[in-house]
Design a protein. Sequence first.
Length: 471
Amino acid sequence: MRAIQSAAMKRLWIALPAGVAGVAVAAQPGRRSVSLLVVGGTVITQNATHAVLSPGAIAVDGTDIVEVGAPDALAARYQARETVDARDAVVLPGLVNTHTHTPMVMYRGLADDLALMDWLQKYIFPAEAKTVSPELVRTGTKLAALEMIESGTTTFADMYYFEEEIARTTVEAGLRAVLGETIVQFPAPDARTPAESLARAERFIKEFKDNGLVVPAVAPHALYTNDRASLVAAAELGRRLGAPVLIHFAETEDEVRIAREQHNMTPTAYLESIGFWGPRTLGAHGIWVTDDDIRILQRRGVGVSHNPESNMKLASGAAPVTKYLAAGVALGLGTDGAASNNDLDMFEAMRQASFLAKHATRDPTAVPAQTALDLATIGGARALGMEKLIGSIEPGKRADIVTVAMRAPRQTPMYDPVSHLVYVTRGDDVRTTIVNGRILMKDRQLRTLDRTAVIADANRLAARVRDAVGR
């Protein structure tokens, strides 16, 4: 065992005997029966020491990881019902997307090159009023799930309408999610008033509170789309039922201006003044924050979702990522919805998070590759309050694992696997996606969704959306 250090990162690199990576050894007495072995390749554990095993192997039984080690050692101890051969691949924890709106893949490309408020008020809100239905939500969620499985995302946090439909579709696809029923002040597609939305949220939370894959939540959209009473009621509902609370905050300068004009405070400080923030709260964006705001978020244990691609596309600004990290804020990474990104590829989000931080601070050492990978894995898990379950490859954690092929010309040669994951890899390099110990895709072959049918259904519904909005 030896420590390998670079200027940008420190990781523990464990050179393990190659053994018979990917090949079963002769049967031995006393081997434990497990459901799955992932063998060979370079295993990026994302544990506390950032250990990298090359080659490595992972034993999975049911939903959980039971051991991580050398391929020959694990093959000698375990008899698996199925094996994933990860030779010539990098194995890492499933990516955690801390903020998106999954059904909005149905509005991908509907309105581009606009400021946030114009985009929302002139295009998205009107389109949603005409077209959002349980059918659109189901169809969009299947399409988003397909995209996420194929690009290595295993957990996502969502805010939308008809969230129970998103939950059922998510479970069917086999993904893990924190799902928030949206609360807004104006009539929404699934409720006419905030009171109706809150009632829907309560029913939704109670229905899914014991689900093994879905964590139900309440999601007041933002300060500027809810009054004080609705914001307080949403926070109280979350506390009463032990559910997370999701919100957009401090996304644009306009939002800060409105908050100062109406409340003489920043958005963060106003939400603090009404008792909104709490340890199970996740705030998306958090771009326009002061040092005092960051201290509030850290003190209250609030998770923050950084969405670099959406923020750049809408020219909203650059979140102070290095300040958040220095302050110890639980920071994760998100894609935002595909209507404003326009994809759900977390590898692209990692790369842009690193580039944007370097550009904004004029510091090439800001958000190095290891930090970007942290944001997309264990950092996202912390932001969602799920770090004891997911975010790293360790015994006792849920088996949320992806493998990434490293055979392409642009992946060759590979000197540093973490650098390659962040600066080279794309979502379609993912070969296998495992959630909760269940293989959702193996060698690019999907097991829980019919790819052809999902895309065909989405295209049929897109024709109706186009007609409804006159595009």
